[in-house]
Design a protein around this ligand. Structure first.
Ligand SMILES: Cc1cc2nc3c(=O)[nH]c(=O)nc-3n(C[C@H](O)[C@H](O)[C@H](O)COP(=O)(O)OP(=O)(O)OC[C@H]3O[C@@H](n4cnc5c(N)ncnc54)[C@H](O)[C@@H]3O)c2cc1C
Length: 224
């Protein structure tokens, strides 16, 4: 759970849904027209009504893409996501301005995500920052490697999928944490961007630190 509480300084504006597509069981890609600028890695607050508390979502589209895309999964019993999944083309959604300091750069780096935590990295990739990155994506099932066609094509061997509950061709069988533990010679002078649950971020950070990566080279975004 997280929210931008209803405070007088939280300003919403309404947007019109272009599409809201279930791309994997219970996981949706929602799109609306972009009429503002943002930095890849930033988040937006979303709400069904201007009086609601907003929930935070990473922008998954590129800085110059015509639409804003949001990748989200339904949390059963959640306040927002079950209603979000009911939105249809031309329905109204309320958004805050984009904000947040989680930002990509053009330097070589590792992008390490779990589940919908791929969203900010997909935005960075769409914004032209993917060339010198290694993308590691963890998921329980093979159908949850969102955007994998494009990433496989563009990253090739720099795109590593880790699947903990199913085996698949070209996919590491195990969790991201196991993959990192088994990785020798991780560069110590590069940044490691992490995005996912608190548990995933904490475990990955501990492994990286134990391998000699300086604390300042681990940059985390926690979805809670
Ligand atoms: C910086 C940031 C970026 C994020 N980006 C994304 C993103 O790109 N995509 C994405 O999918 N998510 C993202 N999240 C998570 C997102 O903000 C929401 O937390 C998530 O979608 C759940 O929202 P919800 O309103 O449906 O569920 P919530 O109402 O917040 O509930 C979440 C879960 O807690 C349970 N719950 C609620 N209240 C209680 C209670 N009182 N006691 C016990 N259990 C309870 C619910 O049943 C549900 O399973 C991000 C979070 C952060 C902090």
């Amino acid at each position: 759970m997280n929210s931008v509480e209803s405070k007088p300084n939280v300003k919403f504006k309404s947007v019109t849904i272009i599409s809201n597509t279930e791309i994997s069981p219970n996981v949706f890609l929602l799109s609306f027209k972009r009429d503002f600028t943002f930095r890849a890695g930033q988040v937006l607050g979303l709400a069904m009504a201007s009086t609601d508390d907003a929930r935070l979502y990473s922008i998954a589209s590129g800085e110059n893409d015509p639409n804003i895309d949001i990748l989200y999964n339904i949390k059963p019993g959640g306040k927002l996501t079950p209603s979000l999944a009911e939105l249809r083309t031309d329905d109204t959604l309320w958004i805050t301005v984009p904000f947040g300091s989680y930002a990509g750069s053009s330097e070589p780096a590792y992008w390490i995500a779990a589940g919908t935590g791929i969203a900010p990295f997909y935005s960075m990739y769409r914004s032209g920052m993917g060339d010198n990155k290694i993308m590691i994506h963890g998921s329980r099932t093979l159908d949850a490697f969102y955007f994998s066609d494009k990433l496989n094509n563009d990253f090739g061997p720099r795109y590593i999928r880790c699947c903990s509950q199913q085996e698949g061709e070209g996919v590491y069988h195990g969790r991201v944490t196991q993959y990192l533990e088994q990785s020798d010679n991780l560069p110590l002078d590069q940044k490691y961007y992490l995005c996912g649950s608190a548990e995933m971020v904490v475990e990955c950070r501990e492994i990286l630190l134990s391998k000699g990566v300086p604390f300042s080279n681990v940059v985390a975004e926690i979805y809670f």
